[in-house]
Design a protein around this ligand. Structure first.
Ligand SMILES: Nc1ncnc2c1ncn2[C@@H]1O[C@H](COP(=O)(O)OP(=O)(O)O)[C@@H](O)[C@H]1O
Ligand SMILES: [Mg+2]
Length: 494
């Protein structure tokens, strides 16, 4: 089930995955699935054996002496009433209990993954409060439930095994009056004593069922989430142009892109510029189907991106996100992820091109350094360069760089730019750049404003036709002028 769930998440649109908080997903993945095992491996086999024991013993007792059987079972109504009351009360409390535990899970995950921010902003009190409140809330909810249950639990777990309570006096009476032989009496006592324990075990499995039903519902609703429909085309298209054709898109009901149309011809550079929040990243992510367009079409060559298999699409497009994520394995494996059959030499060659080689050698174990261990030793820019190497080793004909150099200082940016220039030859490149100087030489620049194309053209033509672009350019140039003089030249040569 865990494998299926992981597979499911991969096939869901990213937006639907992000709707779930990490804590909830973790709980589904770990605990809920774990508890499925409880019913399959314990409740069913043990339940059946306890049930059988109970029936066989009762019938035997009945055959030995039916009166003894009745007296042995006389305690049961009391136990059943106590259990029933506990069960009824538990059903009421289960919802709030699970909500509290889910909330606690979410806050724990958030607290831990936000540790860096929490420290920096010294928010220890308020975010810790949120965490602590949810833990106390969980504790209170659980304790309240236990407090009520404990009473009932004590009653039935004492009563059920006390099958001799009525049987012993009654049996003595029958024995004295001669209607029960010694052997019948002794056998009844033995049988009755083995009646209680299976019964306790049996009723204790009962709450598992509604409990499990809750979890099954949660997991099933996750499995029922719509999936992106995978196409069937397996060939990497020969014509690797990218065309957006009247593309509109909304996150839930927040429209982000409106009727965006443009074409990036093969082996050309298209730059997307615009203010933060204009929709640049969204536009790029639609190409790799993190989401599907709401309207319009994105094509590679003549083919709608939705017609490719995921594998083909991923082999055709290399997407370097602005949020770098490295897996906790060696640097070597992190780069190799882009091309699983790459040799060590290939990885190293690519790392050299992406300007990673030097700093990798400086880490403790070089390429075999675990990224997690090196976590504090790698800078944002270094991580970004590793992710560039990872994307580049894939050698896909279409490359999308989403502010891939944003975390680098100007000096490194220069080196990366040089590396990229070598790597992106003969590729269709779509680049989102935060520094205008890096995109000055693009074949086509697209200025996005609130999800619409406000202007389109090359640097020179945009300078004369688009006042908005000119303003951006001037602002950019002014900001450069205030930079260190020595860096100015470097910025502009890109
Ligand atoms: N996962 C998301 N869910 C909802 N809204 C989003 C999501 N990602 C981005 N947005 C919104 O979409 C708009 C465009 O975002 P984005 O494409 O990241 O802009 P840019 O890359 O140009 O800065 C923003 O208003 C942002 O708030
Ligand atoms: Mg962005």
């Amino acid at each position: 089930m865990r494998k299926r769930l992981a597979d499911k998440l991969r096939k869901m649109p990213l937006g639907h995955v992000q709707k779930y908080r990490h804590g909830t997903l973790k709980k589904n993945f770990v605990e809920s699935i774990e508890e499925m095992e409880l019913i399959l491996a314990h409740a069913i086999p043990e339940g059946i054996s306890n049930l059988l024991t109970f029936f066989i013993v009762s019938i035997t007792l009945w055959i030995v002496d039916w009166r003894m059987a009745l007296f042995a079972m006389a305690v049961m109504p009391i136990g059943i009433i106590a259990f029933g009351m506990m069960f009824k009360d538990g059903m009421k409390r289960m919802g709030p209990y699970y909500r509290a535990s889910e909330e606690m899970n979410e806050n724990i995950v958030e607290y831990i993954s936000g540790m860096e921010v929490i420290k920096v902003f010294n928010q220890t009190t308020s975010s810790y409060d949120k965490y602590r409140t949810s833990v106390s809330h969980y504790k209170e909810t659980a304790l309240e439930w236990y407090k009520v249950s404990w009473n009932y639990l004590s009653v039935y777990s004492v009563i059920f095994p006390s099958t001799l309570l009525f049987l012993l006096p009654a049996g003595t009476w029958f024995y004295v009056d001669g209607s029960l032989t010694t052997s019948q009496f002794v056998l009844s006592i033995l049988l009755a004593m083995s009646l209680g324990i299976p019964l306790v075990r049996l009723v204790e499995f009962m709450p598992l069922f509604p409990n499990l039903q809750q979890k099954v519902q949660k997991i099933e609703s996750l499995f029922a989430e719509p999936e992106l429909v995978e196409g069937s085309l397996k060939n990497i298209p020969a014509d690797c142009s990218v065309s957006y054709d009247g593309v509109s898109f909304a996150y839930e009901d927040k429209p982000v892109l409106h009727q965006v149309s443009f074409t990036a011809s093969p082996r050309s550079i298209t730059a997307l510029v615009g203010e933060s929040g204009a929709g640049k990243s969204t536009l790029a992510k639609l190409l790799v189907r993190f989401w599907d367009v709401s309207e319009g079409q994105i094509r590679i060559g003549d083919t709608d991106v939705r017609d490719f298999t995921f594998e083909t699409l991923m082999n055709t497009v290399s997407y370097v996100s602005q949020d770098v994520f490295l897996f906790n394995t060696t640097i070597m494996e992190n780069i190799r992820m882009g091309k699983p059959d790459a040799s060590d030499e290939e990885v190293i060659a690519m790392a050299k091109l992406a300007q990673c080689h030097e700093f990798i050698l400086e880490t403790e174990k070089g390429y075999n350094t675990l990224v997690g261990d090196a976590g504090d030793k790698l800078s944002g820019g270094q991580r970004q360069r590793i992710s560039i190497a990872r994307a580049m080793i894939k050698n896909a004909p279409i490359v999308v760089l989403d502010e891939a150099t944003s975390a680098t200082d100007p000096e490194n940016e220069d080196r990366i730019q040089a590396a990229l220039n070598g790597l992106i030859q003969n590729k269709t490149l779509i680049v989102i750049a935060h520094r205008l100087s890096t995109i000055k030489e693009a074949d086509q620049i697209i200025l996005l404003e609130e999800g619409r194309i406000a202007a389109q053209g090359n640097h020179e033509s945009l300078l004369s036709t688009s006042p908005a672009y000119r303003l951006m350019w001037e602002a950019h140039r002014d900001s450069l002028a205030t930079d260190l003089h020595s860096e100015e030249g470097r910025h502009f040569h890109a």
